[in-house]
Design a protein around this ligand. Sequence first.
Ligand SMILES: [Zn+2]
Length: 335
Amino acid sequence: MVRAVYEIEIGGKIYTIPFINGGSAGYIVEEAEEKNEPAAYIVPLSSGLLEVMIDLTTTEFALTKETQEVLRKLVRELHKKALSNDNEHVPRNELWFEVNSDWVSFSIPNSLVDEAVANVAKIALNPENWRKITVLRCPVCGRRVRETETDLIGIFPDDENIQILFCPEFDQRFRGQHVVAFKWDGEWKQPSYFYHNPERDGLIEVKKGSYDNVTLYLLYLEAISGDNVNFKRPNLEWMRAKILWKNGEPVGYYAYSVDAHKYPTLHQIFVRKKFRRQGHATMMLNDFLNSFPGTVLIEDPNEATQNLLVKLSLARRVDRGIESTGRIMFLPGGI
Ligand SMILES: [Zn+2]
């Protein structure tokens, strides 16, 4: 049976709600996304019910809380009606519908679909019942991510007041998901915001919960996604860190601790790819050595750091790696 497409007029604009089979939803969603309009469609289910879907994820809007409440009430009433019509396919519990800020979906018998479209769709599709939200593109993979996707929001490890918006994409290189944005001063700021700051120059100590703390976290992610896969996150509960800035851009960082081990310890040095071979690592190592005259520990130095220690005569090459020339001691990794 070929069914007519529903047409709903809201504020002079005509919204069409086609009947489709499941496979063509992708096309409808893509088209809606291009126009920044909601995708609305009805899918016949094998149970004989019709699934009504109104999807706002294709827009920069979400349903207001009040509207969600109104819609829940309406959908519950429809559910009751469907049950009293003794439709054997209608599930008894209320799990058959979902109303959240991003979409409304429910399945309904044929006999009630006109009423459902006239009431529920008309409210959900009305821009007066929406609020503007932030939709961001993942800087790594380009996926659209909505701030309303609460299961993608995490807490910044060094400060619970800072939220992180993640991308749904899982990526082994980052030991998890891509970072899309941080909630900073009440606004979602993307990683690039923490990589450009004309007020920063030279080596700057990172304070917990600060702008630089976010930069440090991003530099760490950059490090582990490249050739420093063994780095652990610089944990400011017990570590300290300094970021080297040049013309308002972060060059790299070094992480150290003062009291965690017998001697002051250098845990990591990282220089971003485009700033390498310009003496920045030497400069950071010297800053650490000058801050702590006397014996210091170097944690599990990687190849680059080993070369640096040899260059500065703090270590010499031996058969398997390097050994100290006196001032430094090595701390095995994984501590
Ligand atoms: Zn992504």
